[in-house]
Design a protein around this ligand. Structure first.
Ligand SMILES: Cc1ncc(C[n+]2csc(CCOP(=O)(O)OP(=O)(O)O)c2C)c(N)n1
Ligand SMILES: [Mg+2]
Length: 645
């Protein structure tokens, strides 16, 4: 075991004006639901603090539209091109409105969970909010997993749910469910339409809330009577939206940035720890510039992969539970950490009381509730990553430009050498593909390496959840943001295929690969039919270890190898025949000697326009390493079945 550290003092964060964390009465202040429950008095009811400036979009006469038509028109005016959804009684007026227009295309999924994941994948790849539409009752409840997935990873999304008519609400009528109530803990905000006339302004506000500050999903619950085609309203799309009680920070505090610069200049063993907030905040470019200017080593969270080029020598790989040895060692032994858009979650910190005992921390986040929530920051900076880092870089340039000695470059060089030593000792083996022995079992890591090589590192890669997800995160090197798309916070099996489809709708010419496991793919495998309907040539790489591999690994390591309900006893389908029945191409391999040729076939020009499912029979006994030792510090890791750090 490496040396651990003690606890640390808690430091109070100053909150930006207009946001009050805690116990208010607004919809974002539900007890027990964790973070970012800002009290916004009245936001859900009469909304006295929210105003929208209404202007006619065109200078022609005001159009008279039904509620259903206004909803779709407002989506058009919000720039929506796709709605992923599934119809039902309460949503039928809306579906009729969709039918009558061409600007927004509706994609008919096979399960509402998949609709939300498609909208999510679309949003992660583009940075624009994804939109899902479901009916009331079971349609709405089926969407919850996807909403929670987006919430946990701060993904902008609009989910429109049909609702029973106003006069039926509260009567336990057919397919009535309290969607606003059920979704409350996992949305950034929700609206219930009371009067059809408010539809355009609610849509406008929903997009504003979903995309500003810390992004997240917003639900709009639409009672059927408010979309009645027989009742017409003046349609006016609000040009601007002003919400007095919701004012996310737009810049960092200059005094705090100055303090952060002072601290960074003291560093002898610095590390930059960057998360998904850097990607969501469009701050990758400035972060890269700042990192290279300082020549500080940098590590990314699972959600942050791609925010800094993975092939750059300063990059240490992912940190945390299955992070690289060198990233975790560097974090633990650092003296200054610059954390940006990351939230110190348990998969990163291991035991928080032993976390990086000597590190002084600068923490930048747009969400003040995240700062010092788990690990106290010495210099908290509330603000969007991009302008904060720009200001920080400008200040650093000014200070170091005037006095280059301020930066201890020789200490930093020594530090980078120490990290390189750790990498040499126990870094990931990036030659598993080349070293594969024909006839032996295929190593899952080698499959990801092969995928990386064949796609030239250019693919959008989505994943499901399990060992395959960790192998993809470890072995595919993402040099650009928004290319690695996975459910980090909620860890949702079933995310991979539909999110890949959302990416493919957004970027039809891009190469989109879903790295999955035979367990996860079966959670939304019905979407292969949607792929057939819309001709979506995503590529599915199934790391088939014939087990719920990650569960089995934990059972190996913590439950004496008792595989309680983590294997299937020969009940798996023949994936090749299954995908062929949907009209797709299936390929199965079992020998490492066939890996490269098969992978080239999957991405060949010949199969460019086909969905190809590569079912790879991989070593069922492989574990993911490194793996954090529970209850330890960041430098306490299992390195193999027999070695510990
Ligand atoms: C919806 C859901 N249910 C259960 C889990 C718990 N879980 C995490 S990984 C895993 C196994 C995944 O199996 P598979 O997709 O085959 O991936 P592998 O680990 O074998 O690569 C399970 C059951 C989860 N993350 N999501
Ligand atoms: Mg599996």
């Amino acid at each position: 075991m490496c040396s651990g550290g003690g606890g640390r003092a808690r430091i109070v964060v100053a909150f930006p004006q207009g946001l009050v964390p805690g116990s208010g009465t607004g919809p974002w202040s539900q007890p027990g639901s964790g973070r970012r429950k800002w009290s916004v008095p009245g936001l859900e009811g009469s909304q006295p603090h929210m105003t929208v400036q209404s202007h006619q979009v065109k200078d022609t006469a005001v159009e008279r539209l039904s509620g259903g038509d206004m909803l779709i028109r407002a989506l058009q005016d919000s720039g929506v091109d796709y709605i992923f959804g599934y119809p039902g009684g309460a949503a039928l007026h809306i579906y009729d409105a969709i039918f009558k227009q061409q600007r927004v295309q509706h994609i008919l999924v096979r399960h509402e969970q998949a609709a939300t994941h498609m909208a999510d994948g679309y949003a992660r790849a583009t940075g624009r909010p994804g939109v899902a539409l479901v009916t009331s009752g079971p349609g709405a409840t089926n969407a919850i997993t996807g909403i929670a997935t987006a919430f946990m990873d701060s993904i902008p999304m609009i989910v429109i749910s049909g609702q029973v008519s106003n006069e039926l609400i509260g009567t336990d009528s057919f397919q009535e469910t309290d969607m606003v109530g059920i979704s409350r803990p996992v949305v950034k905000h929700s609206f219930m339409i009371k009067d059809a006339s408010e539809i355009p302004s609610v849509v406008r506000k929903a997009f504003y809330i979903a995309t500003t500050g810390r992004p997240g999903p917003v639900v709009i619950d639409v009672p059927k009577d408010t979309t009645d085609p027989a009742v017409l309203f003046d349609y006016v799309y609000p040009e601007t939206v002003k919400m007095r009680s919701y004012s996310p920070a737009t810049r960092g505090h200059s005094g705090q940035i100055r303090k952060a610069v002072d601290l960074l200049l003291t560093a002898k063993r610095p590390v930059i720890y960057a998360g998904g907030g850097v990607i969501q905040g469009e701050a990758c470019e400035v972060l890269t510039e700042l990192t290279r200017y300082l020549e500080f080593p940098i590590t990314n969270t699972l959600m942050g992969l791609g925010c800094y080029p993975a092939t750059d020598p300063l990059f240490l790989g992912m940190l945390g539970m299955h992070g690289t040895y060198e990233a975790n060692m560097a974090m633990h032994h650092s003296d200054v950490i610059l954390a940006v858009g990351a939230r110190f979650d348990d998969r990163v910190t291991n035991d928080p009381s032993k976390f990086c005992p000597n590190a002084r921390i600068v923490h930048i986040d747009v969400d003040p509730a995240t700062i010092s929530k788990i690990i106290p920051a010495e210099v908290p900076i509330v603000g969007p990553a991009q302008p904060v880092l720009q200001d920080m870089l400008a200040a650093l340039r000014e200070r170091i430009g005037a006095d280059p000695e301020l930066l201890d470059r020789s200490a930093h060089q020594h530090w980078r050498q120490q990290i390189a030593g750790w990498r040499r000792q126990h870094g990931l083996d990036h030659k598993m593909m080349e070293r594969a022995v024909p006839g032996a079992s295929i190593k899952p890591q080698a499959v990801v390496q092969c995928l990386y090589q064949v796609t030239g590192g250019e693919a959008f890669v989505t994943s499901d959840v399990g060992q395959h997800q960790m192998f993809a995160a470890q072995y595919y090197h993402f040099d650009a943001p928004r290319r690695w798309i996975n459910s980090g916070g909620l860890g949702t099996m079933g995310f991979g295929l539909p999110s890949a489809m959302g990416v493919k709708f957004a970027f039809p010419d891009a190469v989109v690969a879903c790295v999955t496991g035979e367990g996860s793919i079966q959670m939304n495998i019905q979407e292969l039919s949607t792929c057939t309907q819309y001709g979506l040539p995503v590529k599915v790489i199934n790391l088939n270890n014939q087990a719920l591999g990650m569960v089995k690994q934990w059972q190996d390591m913590q439950y004496g190898g008792r595989h309680s309900s983590s294997t299937y006893q020969d009940s798996l389908p023949d994936f090749v025949r299954l995908v062929e029945s949907y009209g797709h191409v299936g390929i199965r391999i079992t020998d490492p000697a066939d890996l490269e040729a098969a992978m080239r076939e999957v991405f060949s020009d010949k199969l460019r326009d086909r969905l190809v499912f590569l079912d790879v029979s991989v070593d069922p006994d492989e574990h993911v390493y490194p793996m954090a030792i529970k209850g330890g510090s960041m430098c306490d890791m299992f390195l193999s079945r027999t070695e510990q750090s």
